[in-house]
Design a protein around this ligand. Structure first.
Ligand SMILES: Nc1nc2c(ncn2[C@@H]2O[C@H](COP(=O)(O)OP(=O)(O)OP(=O)(O)O)[C@@H](O)[C@H]2O)c(=O)[nH]1
Ligand SMILES: [Mg+2]
Length: 423
């Protein structure tokens, strides 16, 4: 089975609350504000790690919660930042929103990261709210709430070498000859429908080989199960093209080589740019001079060295393995990738709207709801500042336009306010 799956719950840490406090000094009746900021909550980051091979660990651990930020304190003491959590996953893991199925990130390279849940920002202490008209602010900001969501992790095949070729070319027989893999082998096309993975070794180098299902002409346009199979090939570092030297349908091997080479090139730039190694298979079926002639033609058509083998007669396997090991070693290391910006839980982070309700109005939107959550609602000064922010964002104006009158109820998240147009 090549598609491994797991569902996990992630939750970031909440931001710590800012403190509201004043300096106390001898002989100074009331010192200036000295409430420190809350620490930031920890993030949850998913990171592609070469050491991890499967999604099996997630059968046992599914919940990942980062630490909250510490609260700020008097004497300008800042709260500690909450520790972030890194979740290592295998290279090639695709992350989807478990509820919508939307693809959020594709961790195709070593070190690729996805910020799955952003920690809440720490609230600011009252020392930040001093202004020319407000010398002694008695309020502070509360920490930003945490965010959480359910993620679906999917692991697609990732191998060093991918075997491609027409059906029946001998790909499965080859992998069974050079690794412990025991795929089904049969003398009819499309025997292999899901990739098989094996580990091959030569000298002190070992690498993974994927035996992929056979491809046909038109695969790059979606013929057969072409797309699915070519996508697997895209997740390998080296493409090993297996060309049968004596097809039962008496088709021309050179022509067959061109067909598959064309499909690989046409599929994607990514696949086209991969190093290619060419194998001429089943040489035990034709005499030596015919082998040499065909090999010459294939080398001319491809511009590459061709490796004649017989998996059944165990011929030519060692030189092929050495070449593959060398190609794997030379293949570019996967580049490190920047953090992929999180897709917010609420897709339009800053959007908000107002709904008229039977007994008032409801303001909805993540940004507004967070603003409320970060406000100390028991403090008049903090409430006045909130009012000014809502004015600045345009919420008050829109309520006015919708016909809100002083005294109407305005609901934001879990809280209800009495509408006033004046500060
Ligand atoms: N004589 C000979 N027959 C071979 C050799 N390698 C494979 N075959 C035969 O060729 C047929 C197809 O082999 P597979 O390995 O199943 O071919 P495949 O490329 O995996 O085929 P699909 O999975 O359908 O794409 C089988 O009957 C094998 O026994 C070889 O080196 N010599
Ligand atoms: Mg096969």
């Amino acid at each position: 089975m090549f598609l491994d799956e797991a569902t996990i719950d992630v939750r970031s840490g909440k931001g710590g609350d800012g403190a509201s406090s004043f300096r106390r000094e001898k002989h100074v009746p009331r010192g200036g504000p000295d409430g420190g900021d809350g620490g930031d909550g920890g993030d949850v980051i998913v990171i592609a790690d070469r050491q991890v091979g499967t999604l099996l660990p997630f059968r046992y651990k599914r919940k990942f919660v980062a630490a909250s930020g510490g609260n700020g304190e008097g004497h300008s003491r800042f709260g500690k930042d909450g520790k972030s959590i890194k979740i290592p996953v295998p290279i090639g893991t695709v992350i989807k929103d478990a509820e919508t199925g939307e693809v959020l990130a594709d961790l195709a390279h070593k070190g690729a990261r996805f910020l799955a849940a952003k920690g809440g920002r720490g609230g600011r202490g009252n020392l930040h709210f001093v202004s020319s008209v407000r010398q002694a602010p008695t309020f502070a900001e509360k920490g930003e709430p945490a965010e959480g969501r359910k993620l679906l992790l999917e692991l697609k095949l990732m191998a060093d070498v991918g075997l491609v070729g027409l059906p029946n070319a001998g790909k499965s027989t080859l992998i069974s000859a050079v690794s412990a893999a025991k795929p089904k082998i049969a003398d009819y096309p499309f025997t292999t429908l899901e990739p098989n993975l094996g580990i091959a070794g030569v000298g002190d180098i070992s690498f993974t080989i994927a035996d992929l299902p056979g491809m046909i002409e038109g695969a790059s346009e979606g013929k057969g199960l072409g797309h699915r199979f070519l996508k697997h090939a895209e997740r390998t570092r080296i493409v090993c093209h297996v060309v049968e030297c004596a097809p039962v349908d008496e088709s021309d091997p050179v022509e067959n080589f061109r067909v598959i080479a064309h499909e690989v090139d046409a599929f994607s730039e990514n696949l086209r740019d991969k190093p290619v190694v060419i194998v001429m298979s089943k040489i035990d079926l034709i005499p030596k001079d015919a082998q040499d002639e065909l090999r010459g033609k294939l080398e001319e058509a491809s511009g590459l060295e061709v490796f004649p083998i017989s998996a059944v007669a165990q011929q030519g396997l060692e030189p092929l393995l050495f070449r593959l090991a060398e190609a794997v070693k030379e293949a570019p290391e996967e580049p490190e990738i920047e953090v992929i910006e999180p897709v917010p839980v609420n897709a339009e982070r800053d959007a908000w709207k107002i709904r008229k309700e039977e007994d008032g109005y409801a303001v909805e939107g993540r940004r507004i709801e967070r603003l409320i959550a970060m406000t100390d609602l028991h403090n008049d000064e903090a409430l006045r500042m909130l009012h000014r922010k809502l004015l600045g964002i345009g919420v008050i104006g829109e309520l006015q336009e919708m016909g809100a009158e002083d005294g109407d109820t305005v609901r934001i998240g879990e809280f209800a306010f009495v509408y006033t147009s004046e500060e």
